[in-house]
Design a protein around this ligand. Structure first.
Ligand code: GDP
Length: 194
């Protein structure tokens, strides 16, 4: 599969508008600013494909990208943006819940967590949700380049404890700066879409 052959399809605000043509969908989830756009850009090898540094919390959209005519990348709206109004949080929850319960062929969720910090309450809620729903997922630990060797080892040990309930879930350390981990994510995406 040529993951570089990617095109933007559409930005949707209602689950009904999400493609439902039976092709596998690989969804990217994580809190605002975790580096979701940067991960997608690295995978498809384009600088400004998914928008990096878009105003946090402004968009409760689901962005669809068509990959090599074979599958979709689904850029789910970021969560955990503190300033978001209650009404918007409700809209986010309804959209996510609707998406995951809509019968779309969700081949894999790439759940992003900032490697530098303990997973947030919202991250834990997402992980629990994915597990309960039996949705296949991998955990991508973002911004790994911001940690030195000692810090990296410390965080790895802490993550073993923080993610003890998800010990069987694959963890991929990723850096959008160096590109490390991108091949692993690509391989996981390709395997899931088979
Ligand atoms: P999104 O809101 O989750 O889509 O996050 P973005 O991809 O827009 O990234 C948020 C900010 O973090 C931007 O300023 C990025 O340049 C930065 N960033 C994202 N990934 C990395 C990474 O792996 N390493 C470093 N050092 N910065 C990153």
């Amino acid at each position: 599969m040529n993951l570089h052959n990617a095109e933007f399809v559409r930005s949707v605000t209602a689950v009904a508008d999400c493609p439902k043509d039976g092709l596998p969908q690989i969804a990217f989830a994580g809190k605002s600013n975790v580096g979701k756009s940067s991960v997608i850009n690295r995978i498809v090898n384009r600088k400004n494909f998914a928008r990096v540094g878009a105003q946090p919390g402004k968009t409760i959209h689901v962005n669809y990208f068509f990959i090599d005519g074979k599958l979709y990348f689904v850029d789910l709206p970021g969560y955990g943006y503190a300033k978001r109004e209650q009404k918007e949080k409700k809209r986010w929850a309804e959209l996510m819940d609707g998406y995951f319960n809509s019968g779309r062929d969700i081949a894999l969720v790439v759940q992003l967590i900032d490697m530098r910090h303990a997973p947030s309450q919202d991250d834990m809620t997402m992980l629990n949700f994915l597990k309960e729903m039996n949705i296949p997922f991998v955990i991508v630990l973002t911004k790994s380049d911001k940690l030195n060797k000692t810090e990296t080892e410390k965080r790895r040990a802490e993550l073993d404890k923080e993610l003890a309930d998800y010990a069987d879930i694959r963890r991929i350390e990723f850096s959008a700066v160096t590109g490390s981990g991108v091949e692993e994510i690509r391989a996981a995406a390709e395997a899931a879409a088979q």
